[in-house]
Design a protein around this ligand. Sequence first.
Ligand code: GLA
Length: 456
Amino acid sequence: MADAPPPVNNEIPLLYADRYNEICKKFMETFGTEPSFYARAPGRVNLIGEHIDYCGYGVLPMAVEQDIVIAVSTNNTNKLRLANADQKYRQFECSVDDYEIDKNSPQWFHYFLCGFKGMCEMLGLSRPTGMECIVDGHIPCNAGLSSSSALVCCAALATMQANGSTRSKKDIADMCAACERYIGTQGGGMDQAISFMAEAGTAKKIDFNPLREMSVSLPGDVVFVVSNCCVEKNKAASSDFNTRVVECRIASQIMAKSKGLEWRQFRRFADLQGCLGLGLGDMMGVVGAELHPGTYSKPEVCQILGVTPEELAETSLSPNTLHVQAFQLYDRAMHVYGEAGRVEEFRAICDTSGASLTLGGLMNASHDSCSRLYQCSCAELDELVALCVKSGAIGSRLTGAGWGGCAISMVPREKLGDFLERVRREYYEPRGLGAAVNEALFATQPGSGAAVYLAK
Ligand code: GLA
């Protein structure tokens, strides 16, 4: 599966005909020609396993139906002409070999350029074909449903198709995870992996290094519901995300050093675990023995590792975390090892009893850990998660990077109507968000992965 290329379909499914026709119309209005194909990449919702992919641990997401579609025609003028179906996003044009990706204040087309650049490098194209593109995004932005990664993936897929090449889903996903870092966020690869490897009807356990996927059947007596707390967080525009990545890196380096290992070689908790040959529970024991709760100042970290602040910048920091003066290492490490264990348990239960009560318990524990130990929630999201549980969810947790965005809840099928009604009444209405509720609160099921549709 993962070794196959993304499918290229001759027909647009009937269900989507109206939307694609609409995009085609806009395309003709904008560029005066018809698109020759459409690339599509879905967003995702992560059921469990938050902030652990970049530490080397497996996660358990599924694709959502909401996606990015890019309509494409090729040209021989060496120009990349990008428009967005949503008028609030400005058009952009550049030469195929002369553009910059702005890390400091990225705009929508910079994500396109990440995927474009990454694919050109992967295919070794110095003179890629020019393209006209219209991007039509249906994934809410900054909501933790991976709209940015879907755009990067979709642009990479469009570029591959336009240049008449194919690569495996796995290789494209790996490349997209790497090229999104042109924007500066050091994500772990979950979003790109599921966008390409998703299959309708099944969630996926995704493991890294090397990238692999495994289908996970979800229990039939529950429905998964996404609810957006409507606090937006743009992870590329703040250093919170990379600060967590860096805290995890420093924590694994300090533990490696105290175990007499060559600490500079360690960047991820999973590598340290592999090297020590211990189980996840034992690793929590190592955290307890080698790290202290509370804050580490930068001078303390430097003193423990025996480096100057300049050397620390080299060994452990990212460009947008150079200013960070205080690091929480113990809590972050406890979260990661605990969460990695919950993912394994979740998958094992799905494979055996499918007992939804136990799965829900793991989701609740995951949220608690994200909120208290990883501190990647916010007041509104905590409130929404608590309300979801009160409204009948067996389990509820933040999903995606956090600090805002969405929760995912596991709701008994027969309680779905009451659940939606109560969450609407008690979260959305009092905030005057009643009009947004259909886009913010919805049941979802595992959708399919990225694909190309040829235009007739
Ligand atoms: C973002 C990143 C992912 C992952 C999640 C948190 O979506 O892109 O790689 O780290 O946050 O689980």
